[in-house]
Design a protein around this ligand. Sequence first.
Ligand code: OAD
Length: 282
Amino acid sequence: MTSRDIEQGAAWIKEARDIVVFTGAGVSAESGIATFRDEDGLWAKFSPSQFGTWQGLLDVAISEPHRIAEYLTTLLDPIAAARPNPAHRAIAEIERHRRVTVITQNVDGLHGDAGSSRILEIHGSLLDIVGPMREPIRRLHRSDLARIVTLLREARGESSMHRPMGADPSTGFEISPRDLFSILAPFMTLGTGVFCRPSIVLFGEAMAEPAWSQAVHAAENADLMIVVGTSGMVYPAAFLPSQARAAGARLLAVNKESIDADLMLHGSAAEIVPALVSTAFG
Ligand code: OAD
């Protein structure tokens, strides 16, 4: 990538009237949250068929509750501590100059914390707890996630001192399903109590509505889509860039790896997105 590429991308941002910024896990990587499919990604440690589906989670919760505790500690701990990075903040900054819709696959709430106002969380949010019909029940704070992580760690600390029969030999991490369910009660009920869960979309589930319908509409009406930090492997979300392009939008991509785009800027989102925005409006 050259400074000419940045200037070209910035010129497109300046020329655009309706911008969609479509983001994935890479935009939050520099906030300390691992992506899914990079080498150190979440799915390298936890299989998506077990941990990315509701049935898989229920099965593991009953047969190996320590694995759910380990998974949730790995997932929630960085999100509980995360702050927006310069990429999130630069995306929010575009709104001061152009009409912008942020469509995100991320469930970490960081675009909202950065100040973007029109955000479509098409895979839901870890901070929004919903009931059986996806009706809102409560909104969590990051500190609530931190508390759950602390309780899971405490459960682990106690049991590794006693190392009971049946503990996972690799971690010494034992927790009974009952203790697990009780720690998780404000966050999700796995088979007990009044059903609640975060609004995140697991594999095989319908997309979050009305966010998804609004996202399709926004993509079809954009004249520029900036695609930041997504591998484009997960459908139907991955249809959005081609829908936008088919409706006449230019595609500008910022990613560490190559993806299909009219202009591809390789590298770190936290470096490139602020450079684009300051070149366009600075
Ligand atoms: P992936 O992990 O599939 O892709 C992350 C992308 O970000 C990769 O293309 C990386 O090269 C890129 N990347 C990593 N660090 C970056 C950085 N600092 N700057 C720029 N790019 C960077 O994550 P997603 O595409 O978001 O869905 O995954 C899509 C969906 O798959 C997720 O929403 C989740 C997951 O399974 C569900 O769970 C339903």
